[in-house]
Structures are given as C-alpha cells and as structure tokens.
Design a protein around this ligand. Structure first.
Ligand code: T4K
Length: 376
C-alpha cells in the first residue's frame, strides 16, 4: 500500500532565486532610475545570454509568443507555413496572428518532432516557411529540414521554447534555421518570470527585430514600421541575470532525476521512455515524458493521469489535445486524422511526469512505484 504524497507534486515548479539576490538587483535598478526600454539590465542580459547560449545575435522579449509573432513579421512570412500539431497552443496561434494558415505535418514516432520526411509532401505554391518545434528539448532533424527548405526556397523558424542550453556538437541549438525562439516562462528550466528571446544570424535582422519589438520607433522623429510592444523590462532582465547562476545546477539535478526515472521504468512493459539522442547532443532535461500503450500496460494514459491525482501527483498531458483538434484549426484539411496518424496516437499516450530540481530521488522512485502499481 503506497501512501499519497502529503503535498501536491506538480508537473514542475519554477526555480526561485533567494529574495536577497533579487533585492540586491532591485537596488541597482533603483539607483539607475531605469525601469524598461532597453535599460542596463536588459543590455547586460543580452550579452550574457549570447555567451551562455553560444549564439551570435539575440533579442530579448517579454514572452516567447510575442517573440515568435515578431519573428514571422521580420521575415515577412505569408500564405502557408508548415508546422507540427504536437505542440503548445502558441505555435499555430502565432501563425494565425500573422494571417498565415498553419499546415499541420505529421510527427516522427520516436522523437515526437515534425517528421522531416513528410514535410515535402505538405509544400504548396503558398508555402513560405517551416515552423518546427524541438518538442521537450529533443532536437529536430535540423539537417534534413534545412535541406528541404533550401531546395524549395523556404525560411525555417524554430520554436525552440523548450531548448534552453541544448547543443548539437557544441553548437547552440538557436543557431539552426533562420531564427529561433526561446521561452523564458517561469515553468522553463531557465526563466525571467515571463520572457523570451529570438536568436538570429546577422546584425541587420537583429536591428529589424529590435525595431519591431519597440513599435517600429527608430528615433524621436521616425517610426519606420508597424511594430508592437515586445520589450522585456528591467525587473525581469535582472531576475534573468540572477537565474543564469542557477541554470546549470538545475540542469544537473534534473539530469540525475531523468536517470532515476529511466532506471525505474526501463523494464515496465507498455511504458515508452524519452527518445534517445545522438552522443553529440547536450540535453537540458527540462521535461520527463513517457508514453503509455494501453494495450500492453493494461491502463490508458487518461486512467493513469486521473489515478495519479489520488496520490497527489499532478501530471500533465503535454500535448493533448493536438493543436489540429482545436476548434479554430479543426476544419483545415491538414488537420484530418488521416494526415496525422502518428500524432494522433502519440497524443493519446503521452504523459509528462513531475520534473524539477527540488524533487528528491526518493520522490521520483515513489512516483514510479505508484505508476507501476496501476498496471493491470
Ligand atoms: N511554444 C512552445 C512549444 C511552448 O511550450 C510555449 C510555452 C510557447 C511556445 C510559448 O512561450 P511563452 O509565451 O509562454 O513564453 C505552461 C507555460 O505557461 C508555457 O509557457 C509553456 N509553453 C507550457 C508548456 O506550459 P500551462 O498552461 O501548462 O502552465 P500552468 O500554469 O498550468 O503551469 C504548469 C505547472 O507549473 C502548474 O501545474 C504548477 C506549476 N507552476 C506554474 C507556475 C506558473 C508553479 O508551481 N508556479 C508557477 O508560478 O503552460
């Protein structure tokens, strides 16, 4: 008989800096008398993040969604953009906000990312770009995606919301494609409470993006494009600077917890673990996701999700329902289940288990024991 946890174990918890560290940084902001609009904390954080993430140019934003909207604007994307249905709502919504039709492409069974081999069959004369997502921080097939894009003259914008610190062969993940978006939301491995960034390859694109995130204001006399307010303020930038000191420690704690989950669940029939990645990939261990095959495990994912709550374990069904099932996208022809056979199966099976550095190894072992007890 396993006892429930005595407090709720959420799918994740934000990393909190000490209150003293925050107060210290607030004193700097008070001294500078500068709260937002490209202040000193903002300037320093951009510089520090560029070095940390191994990327040439970076522009901070008030959240990842606005950043991605601006990325599409900056490349003047239009018509249709090919993306994945297995993602957070923000990904296709960003296209809608740019008056672009999302075209959903099926996903790869192993990585759960867009199936690079199927992208070509979704291209039409209206296609202007590909918007893949490195889901759960597992890199997409970046080479194959670029090869298709080059062949058809398409742009590639990565939704890299989950990939803070991920590298392929020592290269920052943000450097693949034309632009990558990072999210610094509180629930991410690294955060600025709310926040995000775009990574780009050249000074010109950075300048254009910086204008777009500040109403298109060039100077007091000139507004040169219809921009938006996407600025990250000084408070959040200051917190971001503090959080850079925490991120590697948090990553390593999560790495350890991943190993414990893998060890405990490796032999459980009907449970598929996180995908394996090539040796040259540095992961960030932000999420721990399993897939439950009801036919073998004896219980459905929905049963497990509900039953976990009796033990005070609040898992999440990231990403169910598929974006192609939302009322605003259901009518698209690419949303048909015939077009998305793999995504439809994965969305029925996937379950995000608790993952954050404050969990202990014993907590994780107990979560696994609870999961195993559901087998029938
Ligand atoms: N693209 C992708 C692929 C994304 O996953 C996301 C965001 C975006 C784009 C957009 O980036 P942003 O515009 O957000 O920067 C959460 C996050 O809000 C969202 O940022 C994230 N993806 C998504 C996967 O997860 P919810 O609605 O599931 O969050 P919520 O509030 O239910 O929080 C999850 C759990 O975290 C809670 O059960 C408890 C815990 N929690 C949460 C918060 C906010 C805390 O303990 N403390 C907290 O302060 O979306």
């Amino acid at each position: 008989m396993i006892e429930p946890f005595d407090k709720i174990i959420f799918v994740t918890r934000p990393v909190f800096p000490t209150i003293e560290e925050v107060t210290d940084k607030l004193r700097d902001i008070w001294a500078a008398q500068w709260l937002t609009n490209n202040g000193p904390q903002h300037t320093m954080l951009e510089k520090e993040l560029k070095a940390f993430l191994k990327v040439p140019y970076l522009s901070l934003f008030n959240n990842g969604t606005i950043a991605l909207i601006v990325a599409c604007q900056s490349l003047r994307l239009s018509g249709q953009v090919i993306t994945t249905p297995f993602t957070f709502a923000a990904t296709p919504h960003v296209l809608s906000w740019n008056n672009i039709a999302p075209i959903f492409c099926d996903i790869d069974e192993e990585t759960m990312n867009i199936d690079a081999d199927k992208i070509e069959s979704m291209i039409t004369p209206k296609t202007t770009a590909i918007l893949p997502v490195h889901v759960f921080g597992i890199p997409c097939d970046v080479e194959k995606i670029q090869e298709v894009a080059d062949r058809y003259g398409l742009r590639v914008v990565y939704d890299a919301a989950h990939t803070f610190g991920v590298e392929i062969g020592g290269r920052g993940i943000g450097t693949f494609g034309d632009i990558s978006m990072l999210s610094f939301h509180a629930t991410k491995l690294y955060h600025t409470v709310e926040g995000g960034a775009l990574v780009m390859h050249d000074e010109h694109t950075k300048q254009r993006i910086d204008l777009l995130k500040n109403f298109g204001i060039k100077n007091e006399e000139e507004v040169v494009m219809p921009g938006i307010n996407g600025k990250l303020d000084e408070m959040r930038a200051a917190i971001g600077r503090i959080m850079l000191n925490y991120v590697e420690g948090e990553r390593l704690k999560r790495k350890r917890l991943h190993a414990v989950y893998n060890e405990e669940l490796a032999e459980v029939e009907g449970i598929k673990l996180m995908p394996k990645v090539a040796d040259n990939v540095k992961l960030n261990y932000q999420y721990y996701v399993v897939r439950i095959d009801e036919k073998i495990f004896g219980r459905s994912r929905d049963y497990v999700y509900g039953a976990f709550k009796n033990f005070n374990v609040y898992t999440r069904k990231y990403f169910h329902p598929l974006c192609s099932e939302f009322t605003c996208y259901r009518q698209l022809s690419s949303s048909s289940s015939a077009n998305l056979p793999v995504a439809n199966v994965v969305a029925q099976q996937v379950l995000s288990l608790p993952m954050y550095g404050e969990l202990t190894e014993d907590d994780v072992r107990k979560i696994c024991a609870i999961l195993k007890s559901f087998r029938s």
